[in-house]
Design a protein around this ligand. Structure first.
Ligand code: HEC
Ligand code: HEC
Length: 470
């Protein structure tokens, strides 16, 4: 057995020491349901929690079936129930499930509905395609949107899968699962988007709907679209007969429905990869996949699992392949992006410019949230600025960034411009644990054959595996 891997180095931990204790672990999955659960009887137990999660799925499977389907869901359920407030309102549990189901069905319809956008041409699914783990079907670095569909975004589109496990953003995160030691400060962690600037799916959904380079809509336009939509009747049934008379109430209900849809377990966090089957003893990994897993976990080689967690948590819940930490890895500047034509412009992640609350705090500059690697082979664009388009390139970057920096950064007059997308005063924020502990002349972290093995392993993280598949 591999021993459980620590999350960040002592150095990183020390840098973040002395902060406030973590706020309560607030799961995104719980957010949309929490208000509903406030009204429900709040009964305890994992099965009940799983019932709620299953209720959110809106699938044909009954809540009872789902509750026995997998331990992992039960584990999610436990977390869900932990935050659920006790009874308050008059809704019965059955009513709560019914409402969640209605919102899930509506949220799904809206997710695919381009009429919500200012251009009438763009839906959430335009950028978050279900066939690509809710990332774009095209291989553009960043997507085009806006009223004329020609405005370029500045960040690559992340997957929407496995976001239920992202904790609320905290500057100082203490994970009780971290070798049982809650005093370990893992540093800034969690929140949605690459910079962790919102905690709830509903607050997140507001961003693309209103962004002038994405869906370029407004609460008024969204409400008008819902009034004219085939689902207007169902919308009234779910949110009250008068809801459509009020633009803001309609907009809020749209956001909440999208958030609820994003929490459908069978769509967004099914845990059906070959690696999940392997963890539960139902599949064996091929030799190359196993070698890749070892390289991925090896603290002196890839050390990937120190951030992209690969083992079950203590409560038995499956690994998310991210600890959701915000980390600076020094991704090269993407000179193809319009925003980067201005040499003074830098996307500094947690310290701005998209995120504004930490703008004056230098220690947050260059930090982006560690993405899950589940389904990563379905992606066509990698890293926050979309600078790479193949996993092989990403792995070469990890393997050779420090031994052969000239392969990744511009060379000007014979000198490598390393970390060209992060002003020098923020380089102290860069992670220096393996695989980022090398220097020119050292052995690269992986050779070409090892890169192939790690790629073979990453291939086992794609959902939808079944015995008989490779
Ligand atoms: C034009 C492309 C585009 C459209 C349309 C779009 N998104 Fe996104 N989405 C993005 C990008 C880019 C990000 C990363 C944003 C950032 O980091 O600032 C993102 C991030 C997200 C995230 C956070 C993911 C994470 O890893 O934390 C969620 C959730 C999400 N989008 C949901 C939606 C929903 C719901 C809609 C429709 C209302 C939508 N998106 C429409 C491009 C898009
Ligand atoms: C210190 C934490 C850390 C370690 C160690 C680490 N990663 Fe990452 N990984 C990140 C962060 C943060 C990002 C996003 C960086 C960005 O876009 O600025 C990322 C992004 C990625 C991506 C791109 C995913 C996407 O959706 O764009 C891949 C693939 C990846 N890592 C694989 C690996 C592999 C393989 C290893 C081991 C060789 C590894 N990582 C080690 C933190 C880490």
């Amino acid at each position: 057995m591999l021993r459980r891997l620590t999350r960040r180095s002592a150095r990183t931990q020390a840098r973040w020491q002395g902060g406030a204790r973590r706020p309560g672990r607030l799961f995104v999955v719980a957010a949309a349901l929490s208000s509903l659960l406030m009204a429900c009887d709040g009964g305890a137990g994992s099965a009940a929690g799983a019932d709620v999660a299953a209720g959110a799925s809106g699938s044909a499977a009954s809540a009872r079936d789902a509750s026995v389907q997998s331990n992992s869901r039960a584990a999610q359920g436990v977390k869900l129930m932990k935050i659920a407030a006790p009874a308050q309102g008059g809704q019965t549990r059955a009513e709560v499930y019914a409402q969640v189901r209605r919102m899930t069905v509506l949220g799904k319809q809206m997710f695919f509905d381009p009429s919500l956008s200012g251009s009438g041409k763009m839906s959430c699914a335009s950028c978050h395609s279900p066939d690509h783990a809710f990332t774009p079907a095209n291989a553009l670095d960043v997507q085009l949107g806006g009223a004329d569909m020609h405005r370029q975004g500045m960040r690559a589109v992340p997957t929407l899968k496995y976001l239920q496990a992202v904790p609320a953003f905290a500057e100082h995160y203490h994970d009780s699962d971290d070798e049982g030691d809650e005093s370990v400060d893992a540093g800034p962690t969690g929140g949605l988007t690459w910079d962790g600037r919102v905690d709830r799916g509903s607050d997140q959904a507001r961003i693309p709907l209103l962004s002038n380079f994405e869906m370029a809509s407004s609460p008024k336009k969204v409400a008008a679209a819902v009034r004219a939509a085939p689902y207007a009747g169902a919308f009234r049934e779910a949110f009250g007969a008068d809801v459509l008379n009020d633009d803001d109430a309609t907009f809020k209900a749209v956001l909440k429905s999208l958030e609820t849809f994003e929490q459908s377990p069978e769509v967004f966090y099914p845990y059906t990869s070959k690696y999940d089957a392997y963890l539960s003893g139902k599949a064996t990994l091929a030799a190359a996949e196993l070698r890749g897993l070892q390289l991925f976990n090896d603290e002196k080689k890839g050390n990937c699992a120190s951030c992209h967690i690969s083992q079950r948590a203590k409560d038995g819940s499956p690994p998310q392949f991210s600890d959701f930490g915000l980390i600076a890895v020094g991704v090269p500047r993407n000179r193809a992006l319009a925003v980067n034509r201005d040499p003074r412009f830098y996307d500094l992640g947690a310290c701005g410019p998209e995120r504004t609350d930490l703008g004056h705090r230098a220690e947050f500059c260059g930090l982006f949230r560690t993405p899950t690697l589940r389904n990563v082979v379905l992606k066509k664009t990698f890293f926050h600025n979309g600078v790479y388009h193949s996993l092989e390139d990403v792995l070469r970057f990890y393997a050779r960034r420090d031994t052969n920096p000239e392969e990744f950064y511009p060379v000007v007059k014979g000198k490598v411009q390393k970390f060209d997308d992060l002003p020098r005063r923020y380089w102290v924020n860069l992670n220096t644990d393996p695989p980022f502990d090398r220097k020119p002349g050292d052995e690269p972290v992986f050779n070409d054959a090892e890169i192939k093995d790690v790629m073979a392993f990453l291939d086992t993280l794609t959902d939808g595996w079944h015995p008989g598949a490779h």
